[in-house]
Design a protein around this ligand. Structure first.
Ligand code: T5A
Length: 233
């Protein structure tokens, strides 16, 4: 019988703040604790969702992608990812480490593009029901620092700039403020200062995750997320 309880951990933040780097670090750290973790990403994580990702990130289309199209494609990819990958992994007791999830939709499409947060919430409920992350690590740094790290990595690896990376400073400021606003409202979101040296960032991440290793934390994938207001009561 599988006695391990899967946990759903998401990594969020702006461009180049260190999500991919730290998700790999956490997977290795969990393996050292004897915990099997599935590493995945959004948009993407399944063959169909990765095809949607290609269209979403492609820098140049022959027409401008409408904001609503972008939003629906994010949730279409997420619906496939949840059904094919995330839910089965959690049900089998695996931990799931996901590079971006719905908080990115709220920050980028909601705060960044200005799409109605109520509409996003309706789609969230349709696609996720009560399935929410157990814990979210919000890697936060001034957006110019993240952009410059991402640009350096892209130049080292010969990667092309994606459609979101062509946005202006105002957009990325709104996205960052969106993430920080979410973190104030949701107790599952932990802000990690990603401007620190990588070893300090990883120390902070371990401090957040260590309490989840024991039996003291109940899993609540299928319960509504707790708000900070709830905690204060
Ligand atoms: N999107 C996504 C939406 O608009 N809505 C949604 O709902 C979702 C799910 C996805 C895009 O889609 C958008 C947001 C995005 O624009 P992506 O490639 O998944 O694109 O996301 P990016 O943020 O672009 O991912 P990156 O791979 O560019 O950034 P990471 O993963 O945050 O950064 P990482 O780990 O690659 O680090 C970048 C560089 O910095 C170094 C690393 O070694 C690397 O070279 N680094 C550090 N250097 C010094 N100090 C530290 N502390 C460092 N941490 C990392």
């Amino acid at each position: 019988m599988n006695t391990q309880i899967g946990r759903f951990i998401t990594f969020e933040g702006g461009e180049g703040v260190g999500k991919s780097t730290n998700i790999q670090f956490v997977a290795q750290w969990l393996a050292q604790q004897g915990i099997s973790a599935l590493v995945t990403r959004e948009p993407g994580g399944t063959p169909i969702a990765e095809r949607i990702r290609n269209d979403l990130l492609k820098a140049h289309h022959s027409e401008k992608m409408a904001d609503l199209t972008e939003l629906l494609l994010m949730f279409a990819a997420r619906a496939q990812h949840l059904k094919a990958v995330i839910i089965p992994a959690l049900a089998s007791g695996q931990w799931v480490l996901c590079d971006r999830f719905t908080d990115s939709t709220i920050a980028y499409q909601g705060y960044g593009r200005g799409v109605s947060l109520d509409q996003i919430d309706q789609l969230r409920q349709l696609v996720q029901g009560d399935l929410n992350p157990d814990c979210t690590l919000l890697l936060d740094a001034p957006f110019k620092m993240g952009m410059s790290r991402a640009a350096q990595r892209a130049s080292d690896l010969g990667e092309e700039v994606d459609r979101f990376e062509t946005e202006d400073d105002g957009f990325f400021n709104l996205v960052r403020q969106g993430f920080l606003t979410l973190a104030k409202a949701e107790s599952r979101i932990h802000i990690i200062d990603a401007s620190q040296h990588l070893s300090a960032v990883q120390g902070d991440i371990i401090s957040v995750l260590t309490p989840m290793l024991g039996n003291g934390v109940s899993t609540k994938h299928f319960a509504s997320s707790t708000t900070k207001q709830d905690d204060d009561v």
